[in-house]
Design a protein around this ligand. Structure first.
Ligand code: HEM
Length: 384
């Protein structure tokens, strides 16, 4: 992508484009501009408007991604709904609750690595980066891990929004699955986050079933695909830079800074997050008129030469690098502490146990999943 960014930067930090499907929109690729706009209340999510656009470029409705019901969650809402939804869930998603998960995350990671012991070759995505975040999010939310094959398959289809797949039917399956779960939790609440969301809070303020289903969908999807790719992308970067791998292995206290650099250089959230301008917005020399679709590229912003002229290697990151990989402003990633914790534990244990690991084929370039998410579908590694 860096080649594109270099070319794009000739247009300045904010510019207008027309996509091949005829959709016009604005691109924001400068770090300062992206950060300012993400915190600007005039930049709205406006999911109804976004759906109209998606329908207009996909007239038969196929491939439009998750249904509007599933998508009406906090990540797609504006204040005052966003404020209410975020408050209800952040009360459950506390730093304390996440920090308390550390021993369990360490145990799950250890068990997954035990399974690798004795094998010559493993797939880091299938054997570690995939299962770890799903097990953790299932336990946290109270979603049966046995159902993972179904909901993982559905969420991948919905995220990829493949125009050849009837996403409406898949959305319905996902909604039915989640609604069934909510009904069961209301009847018999457990000690998990979704049960708390079902029963806690003032009655007037409590989430209704539709809101609960959308929230459960968001937490389930946001909580595993992203962390999977953070772990996969990080391990790939370490395997490509032996010195970094050896150095981080010898100095595990530097792993959290390296994780931040992975997020900056190779963050899991794909090319952009979308907003609409509520009114004319002047940014530097450019004015984006009201009612325009704006793609804020977190990744291009993270590669703005103004913030990091040269990419440091993973073991040479001195302080926490500036980046927007978790977004910024009111939608800043609610799961950032959890994602960081999972990645740090996975990197630390993997380097300790299998420090000699190598890419199975040094020429191997893993298959990309480019779309909303950015990362690999498999990463074969030789342990011996
Ligand atoms: C929001 C990235 C992990 C839950 C976001 C946003 C980004 C992001 C960029 C903001 C998008 C926007 O402004 O449109 C990441 C990355 C992760 C990660 C790179 C890597 C590990 C997680 C995890 C969870 C989670 C583990 C746990 C459930 C959420 C939620 C929001 C969000 C609920 C919506 C917040 C809101 O709208 O107020 N994430 N995420 N994320 N993330 Fe994450």
């Amino acid at each position: 992508p860096h080649k594109y960014y270099r070319r794009w930067r000739k247009n300045g930090p904010v510019f207008r484009v027309v996509r091949p499907n005829g959709l016009p929109h604005w691109m924001v690729i400068g770090y300062d501009e992206a950060r300012n706009l993400l915190a600007d209340p005039r930049m709205r999510k406006d999911v109804t408007e976004l759906y109209e656009i998606l329908r207009s470029v996909s007239p038969d409705g196929k491939g439009a991604g998750a249904s509007e019901d599933l998508s009406s969650h906090m990540l797609n809402s504006d204040p005052p709904e966003h404020t209410r939804l975020r408050k209800l869930v952040s009360r459950e998603f506390t730093g304390r609750r996440i920090a308390a998960l550390r021993p369990r995350i360490e145990e799950i990671t250890k068990n997954l690595l035990d399974e690798m012991e004795g094998k010559d070759e493993v797939d880091v995505i299938e054997d570690l980066a995939g299962p770890l975040p799903v097990m953790v999010i299932c336990e946290l939310l109270g979603v049966p891990y046995e159902d993972r094959d179904d909901f993982q398959k559905w969420s991948k289809i919905l995220l990829d929004a493949d125009p050849n797949v009837d996403t409406a039917a898949i959305s319905q399956k996902m909604s039915d699955f989640l609604e069934g779960l909510m009904v069961a939790k209301r009847a018999e609440p457990g000690d998990d986050l979704l049960s708390s969301l079902c029963v806690n809070g003032e009655e007037a303020d409590r989430l209704n079933t539709k809101e609960l289903v959308a929230m459960a969908f968001l937490l389930l999807v946001a909580g595993h695909e992203t962390a999977l790719h953070l772990i996969g992308n990080g391990i790939y970067m370490m395997l490509k830079d032996r010195d970094a791998l050896e150095s981080l292995r010898a100095n595990p206290d530097r792993i959290p800074a390296a994780t931040e650099e992975v997020l900056r250089q190779f963050g899991p959230v794909g090319w952009a997050t979308m907003r609409f301008t509520d009114e004319d917005v002047k940014i530097g020399a450019v004015t984006i008129p009201a009612g325009q679709l704006v793609a804020i590229s977190l990744d291009a912003a993270n590669h703005d030469p103004k913030i990091t002229p040269e990419a440091p290697r993973l073991h040479q990151v001195d302080e926490n690098p500036k980046h927007l990989a978790f977004g910024h402003g009111m939608h800043f990633c609610l799961g950032a502490p959890l994602g960081r914790l999972e990645a740090n534990v996975a990197f630390t244990q993997l380097l300790q146990r299998f420090g000699g690991m190598r890419l199975a084929d040094p020429e191997f370039f893993p298959e990309w999943r480019l779309g909303f998410m950015r990362g690999f579908t498999s990463l074969p590694v030789r342990l011996k």
